[in-house]
Ligand binder design. Sequence first.
Ligand SMILES: [Zn+2]
Length: 115
Amino acid sequence: MNILVRLWRFLTGWWRRNPTLITAHRVGELPATLQPGKLYVEGEGSHIWSVALLCPCGCGHALQMNMLADTHPRWQLTIHEDATTTLYPSVWRQVGCRSHFFLRRGRVEWCAAVR
Ligand SMILES: [Zn+2]
C-alpha cells in the first residue's frame, strides 16, 4: 500500500478513536470550575439530583441538568461500563450559543440549528 495512504488511514483512524468522550465524574458538590470532557454527577450513592458539564460548543458556559424525579424538565442519565455517559432527552440551551445536542455514550451529537 502507498505509504501516504497508510499514513492517512493511520491519522484519520487515530482521530476517530480519540474524540473527547465525555465521562462521568461523581461529586458531592459541583466544583466552581468545570473541566471539558467531564460530566459532573452530583448526588449520593444511587441518588443523583443533578448533572453538569461545560457546553461542548466551547462557549464556556456550564450546563446543569436536573435529575430529580418530581421536577420538570428532567433528564435521564446512563453511565456505561467505560464511564461514558448518555443523557436523555437532548440538551438545548435557549440563550447564548443555543447549543442543541444529544449526549450518547460520551459523544456529542449535534442537532441541526433551528433559529
Ligand atoms: Zn455553548
